[in-house]
Write a protein that binds this ligand. Structure first.
Ligand SMILES: CC(C)(COP(=O)(O)OP(=O)(O)OC[C@H]1O[C@@H](n2cnc3c(N)ncnc32)[C@H](O)[C@@H]1OP(=O)(O)O)[C@@H](O)C(=O)NCCC(=O)NCCS
Length: 181
């Protein structure tokens, strides 16, 4: 598969991760508040974790398993976070995920990145459905999904155990408005 031409939004450029992202990635992903509302992000987060992330997201892209991108700010190239789609080709669907570094919260960046991926997933990749989930307490994440047009589909009660506590998981999804019957 060829290199991915970055997705552009008003303020953002979403591109594949590069080795040069590793130092900023360690800083952003190492924040405890980021790990607290994500399922699989290791904490503490080392340079080896960041290197593995860069290599694995590029491998998964090449093998068409996912499109997991660095969210960067157009004006200065700064790495803000990550956003991506993980494909289930058998069912023509994908799971949307995103994460924005704490210093950049509250600027609409997650919403802008999520919206770009939803549009790309439906218009360019012809996905039939995109879904997502978040920890029940993560109200900002629910808002990001609703702003993308996703509908709350249900709750998995006490489904996840994180740092010794059980959490409800809220499920969201939407169908491709152009192809869904
Ligand atoms: C969740 C997260 C991605 C939000 O990133 P962000 O760039 O600050 O999000 P945005 O600014 O695009 O949008 C946040 C929305 O939530 C709203 N919001 C923020 N805090 C809120 C709260 N406590 N209750 C309700 N809504 C809230 C904002 O008003 C905004 O909605 P609006 O645009 O309609 O006003 C970010 O906090 C994050 O990365 N957290 C850690 C990792 C994570 O939880 N990832 C998601 C896993 S499902």
């Amino acid at each position: 598969m060829d290199a991915f031409p970055p997705l552009q939004t008003d303020r953002l450029m979403l591109r594949l991760f590069e080795e040069s992202d590793i130092p900023e990635l360690v800083q952003l992903a190492g924040d405890r508040d980021i790990a607290a509302t994500t399922l699989r992000l290791p904490h503490p987060y080392s340079e080896a974790h960041a290197r593995n992330w860069v290599e694995e997201t590029n491998r998964r892209f090449r093998e068409n398993e996912s499109l997991e991108l660095a969210v960067t700010r157009k004006s200065d190239g700064l790495l803000l976070g990550a956003a991506g789609l993980v494909f289930n080709h058998e069912f023509d669907n994908a799971e949307l995920g995103y994460c924005i570094g704490k210093p950049f919260w509250g600027n609409g960046y997650a919403g802008e990145a999520a919206q770009a991926l939803v549009l790309h997933g439906f218009d360019q990749l012809n996905l039939y459905r995109i879904h997502a989930h978040h920890f029940a307490g993560n109200k900002a994440s629910g808002k990001v999904l609703e702003n993308c047009g996703m509908v709350r589909e249900g709750v998995l009660i006490q489904h996840i155990k994180k740092w010794g506590r059980y959490h409800d998981i809220i499920l969201y999804g939407m169908l491709n408005p152009q192809t869904a019957s």
